[in-house]
Design a protein around this ligand. Structure first.
Ligand SMILES: [Ca+2]
Ligand SMILES: [Ca+2]
Length: 184
């Protein structure tokens, strides 16, 4: 990760934390999790998770599924990183430590996955049950909140009152530019 990208990721984490609760750690694997309430397509959620420095949640065993359900309460529909975009019927994780790995655990809703129509390739957690359902996440008909997972997470240092985040980010970017010029 280059310097400017690091700054942008750090800024995104700070900005995100202002709007929602901080990520919660799962003792089972040491990873951290949070919900982003912004309603997104699957691709939008993928990019959003990346911009936060994490990845769309990967659920690889029943304990992780149980932790997510007990922590976030099945309150809404949440995108996961599960998909079968590459090969129809072969579900795998889109990003994170399990990127490209096939599912090792599933919690499909009765009858799912269906893949009845083109692009029905993206897995979300059903509200109320936490069961897995596949839909076309990028045709605009399904926009949901999403779950971001982090392998490690350092809670952001509180920004002093009265110091706008944007001004801080601009200052850092100016610093990065000076640093770059100095190198050249
Ligand atoms: Ca995981
Ligand atoms: Ca499919």
């Amino acid at each position: 990760m280059n310097f400017a990208k690091t700054i942008l990721a750090a800024t995104a984490i700070s900005a995100g934390s202002a709007a929602s609760a901080l990520p919660v750690q799962f003792a089972g694997n040491g990873h951290w999790y949070e919900v982003v309430e912004t309603q997104e397509t699957h691709f939008g959620a993928f990019l959003g998770a990346m911009s936060l420095g994490g990845y769309l949640v990967t659920i690889t065993d029943a304990a992780e599924q149980a932790f997510i359900e007990s922590t976030f309460g099945n309150a809404a529909r949440y995108w996961t990183g599960g998909n079968d975009m590459a090969v129809e019927g072969d579900f795998e994780w889109i990003d994170g430590p399990e990127a490209g790995n096939p599912f090792t655990y599933t919690n499909w809703r009765n009858g799912a996955p269906q893949s009845n129509y083109a692009g029905q390739d993206h897995v979300f957690l059903e509200d109320g049950t936490g069961e897995w359902v596949d839909v076309n996440g990028n045709n605009g008909n399904h926009v949901y909140a999403y779950l971001v997972e982090y392998t490690s997470y350092i809670p952001p240092v509180p920004v002093p009152a009265g110091l706008p985040l944007a001004a801080g980010a601009l200052g850092l970017l100016a610093f990065a530019k000076r640093r770059k010029n100095k190198k050249a």
